[in-house]
Write a protein that binds this ligand. Structure first.
Ligand SMILES: [Zn+2]
Length: 161
């Protein structure tokens, strides 16, 4: 790995293939450092992480208005890649009570995956396309599923035994 010295004088490692003389590359490295905001990646990864391999993406779940940022590594295969919660750019009113960032990410992710799984099972059991399943949350944050032709879908019948 090679060193990359940021504008504030801090030194970071980049992979050998990274051309730190290139303006766009430098811009991207600075952007990554800005978003990391001093976070130490050694808490996430055992080995030193080349800065050019760090990716940070925003997730806008379709189940609420939270916007969550995740850190992941470009050099990790998609099958084993882990998305580490970084911070919340926006917190919806449903998840405001979750102050712990990891807990918030877990709650939003679980809600979203549960909705996706139930929509999938509903579509399979009715033999319709995924997009035909209508879903919504009530004010108790309970999920409701329906289909224009089949009406309200009984979720108890969708759950695996
Ligand atoms: Zn939310």
């Amino acid at each position: 790995m090679k060193p990359f010295v940021a504008a504030d004088g801090s030194a970071h490692s980049v992979s050998d293939a990274c051309n730190v003389q290139e303006a766009t590359t430098r811009k991207n490295l600075h952007a990554t450092l800005r978003v990391l905001a001093g976070r130490d990646l050694r808490s996430l990864y055992d080995d030193p992480v080349p800065l050019d391999m760090v990716k940070i993406t925003d997730w806008h779940p379709d189940t609420c208005d939270c916007v969550l940022q995740y850190i992941w590594r470009k050099d990790h295969d998609e099958q084993v890649r882990q998305h580490h919660p970084h911070r919340a750019l926006n917190t919806c009113h449903h998840h405001q009570k979750q102050e712990d960032p990891a807990g918030k990410h877990a709650a939003v992710l679980a809600e979203n995956q549960n909705k996706n799984a139930l929509v999938q099972r509903a579509a399979e059991s009715l033999g319709v396309e995924l997009h035909e399943i209508e879903w919504s949350f009530d004010n108790q944050r309970r999920l409701h599923l329906s289909h224009p032709a089949h009406g309200i879908i009984d979720q108890a019948r969708l759950k695996p035994n």
